[in-house]
Design a protein around this ligand. Sequence first.
Ligand SMILES: Cc1ncc(COP(=O)(O)O)c(C=O)c1O
Length: 446
Amino acid sequence: MQQHATSQPRPLFTASISSLIQLERDSEIPLYRQICQRLREAILSGELTEGARLPTERALASELGVNRTTVMNAYNQLASEGLVEGHVGRGTLVRRNNFSYDGENFDNVASWLFGLPAGERELLGPDAHLLSELAAMGERRDIISLAAGTPARDLLPAEMLSTIFAEGLLNARQSALGYCPVEGILSLRRGVAARMRKRGVAIDAQHILILSGSTQGIGLAGRLVLSPGDEVVLEDDPYGEMYFEGKEPQPLMAMDRNGQVLYLSTYSKTLAPGLRVAWMAAPEAMIERLSLHKQIFDLNTNAIGQWAVSEVLQRGLLDDHLTKLRRRYQHKRDLMLQAISTHWPRDVRVSHPQGGFHIWCRLLGDMRARSLLREAAHEQVAFVIGEPFHVDGGGQQQFRLSFAYPEEEHIEEGVRRVGNAMRRLMARRFPHEEPRRLGVEHVPMV
Ligand SMILES: Cc1ncc(COP(=O)(O)O)c(C=O)c1O
């Protein structure tokens, strides 16, 4: 059966092979089997992609401090499983396997495992793989990720939540661990509406739909409820309460007199993305329509996360937490701006955000951020390019750095590495000439 599968792009970052293998020398499992097992996992999970070259037996043996025969036995075992193959003069290469399909001989395998059919690729956009790879960067200790729009590890409210669970869960069995209304648990909807009223939006609980992440709201509104030509404003406001200077900014919805704004926000940035608790505020009729669609996808947003957030609000804990976050993120922003002015060429245009998690940057002339990202991969540093943030194909010279997630001591080093990559790219692009200066351009606000 022929399908429309397409090849998976090669990952941007590939791990060093010896770093993939941690040997347990006290284990009863023979060393060659441990090596084999780790490499097998790496190949099947896609960490090692088709065509990746394994180190020579001698090199890997010396890096791991084992006998060369041990590595030879491991490679032989992998070869007998069809996962690697030896080529004279080219060493041992990872073979195509079911999880790194390249478009041939797939009659007997399920097509949905591999690649993206053409229509699906259009729907997801050309950078779906790149973005999910960048999102996973945060877990890699060998890479400095300036990509993720995620809170700093040490600012995740683990102590606050563990107190709430310890003190409240036994009595809140049903509301925290049962199913709950599609629209969300009432105490949370009330709490969210009360906070929005303080920010100038005249709404009540019935105008709030709790979502499993605000991304869900964008999907629900965009795919199911809106039609071409509808005049709405989808206000995506995850950082409204994360301002550093001056007065708290009002949501656009506070100025809406015609019920035209669909407002989205989330507790992913102000508490924790793992909670998956966000909300939409909209006219009641829209909330009712969206609830009908939402229940088809997940019946209800996880009740335990909703209960925990509702407790945070009722106990009045969010404001103090926000004060702490604002102070730390402002400090991290300043560290990043300082590092940029120390390590980057002067002509790169850089935003000075008044809040949020990110600094937006604009490269010189027509240098592409995508090329910089490739170059930066050699420096083991990641960031997000501008194109996926533009519906009009723009943003090719822009990229975004997050100062929120990286630890303070990694911010300067990450920026320095991006600067190194930039200089190499510029030396190749503009060996003799000065790059073209910039005109006015839009920069995304996220
Ligand atoms: C601007 C913006 N909107 C929405 C989201 C997604 O938030 P959630 O975790 O609620 O899906 C993000 C996360 O990175 C974001 O940066």
